[in-house]
Design a binder for this molecule. Structure first.
Ligand code: C2E
Ligand code: SIN
Ligand code: SIN
Ligand code: FE
Ligand code: FE
Length: 497
């Protein structure tokens, strides 16, 4: 209790003031006090912002209520206790309504010390509560900013878009419009400005070496830099002379990804504004998030590149298989590629998605892969097949299924290899599917495959003429083939001629 309480006493009777001081000192208060008895003196001492006021109810030229009124007019939040020889209950309650902290009767002045303690205690508590609420609000606002930034970054898939969005949200959260992001090159020796807002855009394409300028220094030291005014900063790069306006300062903060520094985030504010501690804290969170977002995007890019490489390696393999199959089947060279091309074009016209088309492509190239399970003596037999041979031949779609289904990458491409010998009227194999039970891509493929088979030499017969083959396709519409597919096929063949 050794802290001094700066007390202002409004009282015309010196003895009464002394008594109050004594009471408080008895309670252990360490006082620095002044007594006033006029409005003029009261206002003068008020300038010194006392901690506490004791005011007599009535003075010859002043009053406790008037003192209270003056405090209220000035918006001053200084506790005031009214002291009176005789105060009626109603007057006392009225005074409390006007903002007095308490009232005390002079003949009960023993109560004073306790009252002051209680008031100071409750004010301290109130201030702590307000401070805590303020802090909580600040943190909530900060969280909201971070949440908004992080959720918007999640959906952006290009580095440029991501950096732009991050920068724009960062500067707007800090109530400015100027900032930039630099990222390090692969060899980590240079920093390139990849996104800029405000006057930073005039530094477009600026590349700084590690250690060069404010940006390079932030990166090299791996420490945030606060620069009160950039153009007065000896560390400013001379490469930017004339481009950085006077009257701007700000902060530069390193961006990390997995402990490793990868760039610098800069935010600028016009003087006399300075970024305060809470804002710098927010910026450090944002920089952390930027690091994670960049890392995620780079991983995503790598993954995409790797997936594309893998997919094209697979597709090369598939083409190889298809060629091997053709060689064995003694099919006209390019049968697989030819039927694949026409099937794809028809599938696109019939509204299949790009992803489905990828699978149509693979399935079509591999349509007869199941014939690997059929021996040469049957496959290459120059004449018609007997019942036992047919039974084996008709298993080739099932072989294809058994072969491809365990391969995740090819499972979605199974429709054609598994279902290309189903017939529209349900008389096909292996499962006797009917109409739209047969996957659309298989219904398309069947028409193209039969046409190409008929117009090619086979070990068991010579090629048919195109006219005969087309006549056959028309005749089988609604029997072997889906009529809508036949219609589209005839249209396309006509256009080809
Ligand atoms: P593939 O030679 O690729 O023939 C595919 C489909 O085209 C056949 O399926 C059939 O629907 C149609 N197609 C091919 N040639 C003719 C034909 O001369 N007349 C008619 N009407 N349609 C024809 P399918 O019939 O289920 O045959 C599946 C596979 O069985 C054929 O594939 C081929 O490898 C083999 N195959 C079919 N018939 C014979 C045959 O008489 N002798 C031999 N060695 N193999 C045959
Ligand atoms: C520099 O790094 O020296 C130039 C960029 C800036 O103005 O902060
Ligand atoms: C498949 O897509 O898995 C094969 C065809 C079918 O069962 O419908
Ligand atoms: Fe087949
Ligand atoms: Fe075929």
């Amino acid at each position: 209790m050794s802290q001094t309480l700066r007390l202002l006493i409004v009282e015309d009777m010196p003895d009464d003031a002394e008594l109050m001081v004594m009471r408080l000192e008895d309670e252990g208060f360490n006082l620095d006090w002044q007594r006033v008895q006029t409005e003029e003196d009261f206002l003068r001492v008020l300038e010194e912002k006392p901690d506490f006021i004791l005011a007599d109810w009535a003075l010859p030229q002043f009053s406790g209520l008037r003192a209270l009124e003056l405090l209220n007019e000035r918006g001053l939040d200084i506790p005031l206790i009214l002291v009176s020889g005789s105060i009626g209950e109603e007057a006392a309650i009225d005074a409390l309504h006007r903002g007095a902290s308490d009232y005390i009767l002079k003949d009960r002045s023993k109560r004073l010390g306790q009252a002051v303690h209680r008031i100071l205690e409750s004010r301290r508590y109130q201030q702590e509560k307000e401070q805590a609420e303020f802090e909580l609000k600040r943190r909530l606002a900060e969280l909201e900013v971070l949440y908004n930034i992080s959720s918007s970054l999640r959906y952006l898939e290009s580095l440029d878009d991501m950096l732009k969005s991050l920068l724009q949200q960062t500067i707007s959260a800090l109530y400015t419009d100027t900032g930039a992001i630099w990222l390090a090159s692969r060899d980590k020796k240079e920093l390139e400005m990849l996104s800029a807002e405000g006057w930073f855009t005039s530094l477009d394409g600026l590349v700084l070496k590690e250690g060069e300028g404010l940006v390079g220094d932030t990166y090299l030291q791996d420490q945030p830099i606060v620069s009160p005014e950039f153009i007065r900063d000896p560390k400013l790069s001379n490469k930017v002379a004339g481009k950085v306006p006077s009257g701007w300062g700000g902060t530069l903060i390193p961006i990390h990804s997995h402990e490793e520094k990868i760039g610098v985030l800069a935010v600028a504010v016009p003087l006399p504004r300075e970024l305060v501690a809470g804002e710098l804290q927010l910026l450090s969170y944002i920089a952390e998030m930027a690091g994670i977002a960049v890392h995620r995007l780079r991983l995503f890019d790598q993954l995409q590149t790797a997936t594309e490489a893998l997919a094209s390696a697979y597709d090369e393999t598939i083409k190889g298989w298809a060629t091997a199959l053709e060689l064995r089947d003694q099919e006209t060279e390019g049968h697989s590629e030819r039927v694949t091309e026409i099937t794809l074009e028809m599938a696109r016209k019939m509204g299949l998605t790009e992803e489905q088309l990828d699978n149509v492509y693979r399935g079509s190239l591999l349509h007869d892969i199941g014939k690997m399970g059929v021996s040469d003596s049957i496959l290459l037999k120059p004449g018609p097949l007997n019942d036992r041979e047919w039974e084996i031949m008709r298993q080739h779609p099932q072989h294809a299924y058994d072969l491809l289904a365990p391969i995740d990458y090819l499972k979605p491409a199974l429709s054609i290899p598994y279902c290309h010998h189903e017939k529209y009227n349900g008389s096909g194999y292996p499962r006797g599917l009917k109409g739209e039970e047969i996957p659309l891509e298989a219904r398309i493929f069947a028409v193209v495959d039969v046409y190409d088979a008929l117009t090619s030499d086979r070990p068991y017969r010579l090629a048919w003429s195109k006219e005969d083959a087309l006549e056959y396709i028309k005749k089988e519409s609604g029997i072997h083939f889906d009529p809508q597919v036949v219609e589209l096929f005839l249209q396309m063949i006509k256009d080809l001629r």
